[in-house]
Design a protein. Sequence first.
Length: 281
Amino acid sequence: MLTPLTVAAVQTPSIPGDVAANARTGAELAGQAADQGARLCVLPELFLPAYHPPALADLATDVAALGGQVADARLDPVRAVARDRQIVVLLGAAVRDEQDRRTCAVVVADGTGEIRVAYEKNFLCGPEEKALFVPGSRGATLHLDGWRLGLGVCYDGCFPEHARAAQADDVHGMVYPAAYVSGSEHRRDVYYAARALDNTGYVVYANAVDGVAPWTFNGGAAVYDPEGRAVVRGPNSGTSVLVATLSPEALAETRAGHTMLTDRPRMMPEEETTGRDQVYT
């Protein structure tokens, strides 16, 4: 049986190229989330290096992953808060593996203090991302306290089939670290509410905010309920830690009343994937 799960969606700026400083900020914000009872804290896309293409051209902004493990000492504050506060922290990173593949990824710090690569962004957005990264080719499901949450990054959420493919793993919702630029507020608020309603599941959406021109971002971090309503939503500027509790009863009630998942064929052609990784915490 599921029990309520308290989560935090964070919006905050990053310092371009300063992985160590951003990790310290992330640890502080995760601590604030833990103070409010959160078991999961989600920080924005490319939070560690900042979503700033000129800074990302410097490979010193990468964290190295060997066998999926990230040992970079700059992330020690995140390790410490995850271990000491027993909070799972998801944050965006530029990751380089032993095959010299560079991906726009989500890394996870859990209660053991380890940091692992959890997911690599499948859909790269625009020529700058495509020049910097290679796309991931697998889905991923985060397991936390009995909840199964599909992982995506920003532009992945613009593809309904990406979230629908996660339903092959019977997920209860989706998690999206993102970096939506200023001026895109309408699309930001439609896409992730739609993914919640499409799949009658929760969506945890963490977004970058403010930043260094011309790469400025619009906040609006949110948690959406299974009918696509914002339970909490941040403003368009400034740092916020948005905390909400995912309700098993609300999930079950919504799925009982809106039966799209059971009325559709179990697996539609566009949902076929090369596989999913399981991220246990």
